[in-house]
Design a protein around this ligand. Structure first.
Ligand code: GDP
Length: 302
């Protein structure tokens, strides 16, 4: 399936683990674990998690709990699965019961925000969800045009601000009012990814969030942060900043099809305690896949 194939480069990076474990015996434990550590680091599992995994395996090997290469492999998979499910359990969208639900999509330009928003609209629409898009990136001239193309491609309605001085919070609040009046299920809000003035991006996002909750108390239901998966562990500081300021409910990691650094999925979930909800595995409409920890573990350690 697409989620599985999206991690093929990471899987290639980690294939060495199978060879290592095939010939494992107790006397070679140190060498094998050193090389396993290297493979995990190269795939961006990050030093903290890598050490946790390797030390846990070492302990279980030394105590006699793990007695063969295949038992070690299973323990490795189980360890990663637990890291993912302990911290990031709500991988499905949490849209509540009140209509319309509001999803705000945030992230810096170039990360794949617009594409992911379009793919998400396509996915929800196919599930029978009535979607209204809101063009909340009012700073970049081309952003609304780009989103309008996605609206057309996916057959969704869109609210775009009129005039030069239009402000994002007002576009979003207008869209949500319309969503309420016209019986939409979900309002999908785009936001800016970079600002040109000294007014900060984070302040803008806070204003957008406030404008949304003013129309529907408790909304947005989801604030999804889109991160470029090819940046691997370098996405962490950015994710932390967004989370501290706006409070992220889920992550969309893009471009994982082009990345061998898929281990960053585990790092980002472990460090932030935020679930990965979707991953981008290509440029097509269908290439936004719901994240599933078991498929991920099976895909990277096949
Ligand atoms: P934005 O500036 O954050 O809105 O980024 P865009 O949505 O315009 O995406 C930037 C580029 O990345 C575009 O060329 C997209 O086609 C590409 N892209 C986005 N998501 C993915 C993905 O999951 N896989 C691949 N291969 N390319 C992607």
């Amino acid at each position: 399936d697409k989620l599985f194939s999206g991690f093929s480069k990471t899987r290639d990076n980690l294939a060495v683990i199978d060879e290592l474990l095939l010939f494992w015996n107790l006397s070679e434990t140190d060498r094998v674990l050193d090389e396993l550590e290297e493979a995990l680091l190269v795939s961006d599992f990050g030093p903290r998690i890598t050490i946790k995994i390797v030390e846990s395996l070492r302990e279980d090997i030394m105590s006699g709990k793990l007695k063969s290469g295949s038992e070690i492999k299973d323990a490795l998979k189980k360890f990663v699965l637990e890291l993912l499910t302990k911290k990031g359990n709500k991988t499905e969208l949490q849209l509540g019961f009140r209509k319309p639900a509001v999803i705000m999509v945030v992230g810096v330009n170039g990360g794949g925000k617009t594409t992911s928003l379009g793919k998400l609209a396509h996915r929800l629409k196919n599930e029978g969800v009535k979607i209204l898009m809101a063009a909340g990136d009012t700073f970049r001239a081309a952003a609304s045009d780009q989103l309008e193309i996605w609206a057309e491609r996916t057959g969704c309605e869109i609210v775009v601000g009129e005039g030069e001085k239009v402000k994002a919070p007002s576009v979003l609040s207008q869209a949500i009012k319309r969503g309420k009046e016209d019986g939409y299920d979900v309002v999908l809000c785009d936001t800016s990814g970079r600002l040109h003035t000294n007014y900060s991006l984070m302040e803008e996002l806070i204003s957008c969030k406030k404008a949304i909750s003013k129309v529907i108390p408790g909304a947005p239901n989801e604030i999804l942060l889109v991160l470029d998966g090819t940046t691997g562990l370098n996405m962490l500081p950015q994710a932390r900043e967004f989370n501290e300021v706006v409070g992220i409910t889920g992550l969309i990691l893009t471009k994982l099809d082009g990345s061998a650094r898929g281990g960053c999925v585990v790092s980002v979930v472990d460090e932030l305690g935020i679930p990965v909800k979707f991953v981008g595995v290509g440029e097509g409409l269908e290439d936004l896949q719901p994240f599933d920890a078991e498929t991920f573990v099976g895909a990277v350690f096949s």
